[in-house]
Ligand binder design. Structure first.
Ligand code: ADP
Ligand code: MG
Length: 321
């Protein structure tokens, strides 16, 4: 058991700071000297690493050892990936059109991001998914529980109960299967996800919702000077989410606000927060905006395997339809 755990910890080393004995300050020094990746650490000599990072040679040796193992684990055969992808499950969004747009629903082993303005329906989609994940497979669920990280204080149990009951489910039971944590700031949010490794298998979690992914980061890192640190933290955070998605075959649903972008003269003058970090790491990005009355327009952007497209769905008293 201990052996298995240490292997998983090694698998964790994707960033320098995941290595033993390397904290943020040391990582910073190493990066400044060109040791930006685990691969570079893996091929460094202990003495040079010790000198640049201002750490003991022993610590450097340990870090190099873990970096080497991490890069070995970094290679998998195509067949292994093919086998793992066969396990992909899909969660019904409540809307057939929206499911089709996403290639059948919200997938496990992927990150699905909905971005849009306030009131566009991002949280409502999250509530619907939190309910539907609990349904058995034949009914569009994954027969599992949900982890809900609420960073905007918009989690509404009454609303979830309403949606559950409209789906013929017991509202109280449904709420029992949603584990909610309010993220107080960006570091707290990171910690909640970093600690999810234990709770996921223990509670049979099948979906993690982070609503929203970016707002705490946005308020904690203000101004141009803080931008690169924010992006770095956000980058690591989202990679942790992707790792959880792969490791436990679970789905990740994140929401993201948009900000006005005065640089765009034509088209919709809004861009999602998080810039390239998110653009490259979310598997499915959906831009959602309000239409008339209950209607919402969703547009799939930059999907690796699905064509770009648009669909219309509704947010009603009964949930997403
Ligand atoms: P955001 O994108 O900011 O997360 P929300 O998901 O919170 O937006 O969407 C809020 C909208 O969802 C409301 O403006 C309303 O149109 C709709 N909505 C929320 N609750 C209900 C309800 N009980 N019945 C019908 N529509 C609702
Ligand atoms: Mg919201």
């Amino acid at each position: 058991m201990a052996k298995e755990k240490s292997d998983k910890d090694i698998h964790l080393a994707k960033d320098l700071e995941d290595l033993p004995g390397i904290g943020p300050a040391t990582a910073e020094k190493l990066k400044a000297e060109g040791f930006e990746t685990i691969e570079k650490i893996a091929t460094a000599s202990p003495h040079e690493l010790a000198e640049i990072g201002d750490i003991s040679v022993d610590s450097a040796k340990k870090a190099i050892e873990v970096a080497k193992k991490s890069t070995e684990i970094g290679f998998e055969t195509g067949e292994v990936i093919f086998e793992r992808r066969k396990e992909i499950g899909k969660i019904d969004t409540g809307s057939k059109e929206l499911n089709d747009l996403l290639g059948g629903g919200v997938e496990t082993q992927s990150i699905t991001e909905f971005f849009g303005k306030f009131g566009s329906g991002k949280t409502q989609v999250g509530f619907q998914l939190a309910v539907n994940t609990q349904k058995p497979k034949e009914q569009g669920g994954l027969g599992g529980k949900v982890l809900f990280v609420d960073s905007e204080a918009t989690f509404r149990p009454e609303r979830i109960k309403q949606i559950a009951e409209a789906n013929g489910m017991d509202g109280t039971e449904v709420l029992k299967n949603i584990l909610v944590a309010r993220a107080l700031n960006s570091d707290h949010q990171i910690l909640l996800i970093d600690k999810a490794d234990e709770i996921i298998p223990k509670e049979n979690i099948k979906l993690i919702i982070v609503d929203s992914l970016t707002s705490q980061f946005r308020s904690d890192y203000v101004g141009r000077g803080a931008l690169s640190e924010r992006q770095q933290k956000l980058n690591r955070h989202i990679r942790t989410l992707q790792r959880l998605a792969d490791k436990f075959n679970i789905a990740i649903y994140i929401t993201n606000q948009v900000m006005d972008n005065p640089g765009i003269l034509f088209g919709d003058p809004t861009t999602p927060i998080g810039g390239h970090v998110l653009a490259h790491q979310s598997t499915y990005r959906v831009y959602v905006r309000r239409g008339k009355e209950e209607k919402r327009i969703a547009r799939l952007i930059d999907s690796p395997s699905m064509p770009e497209g648009e669909c219309v769905f509704k947010v009603t008293a009964n949930g997403v339809q």
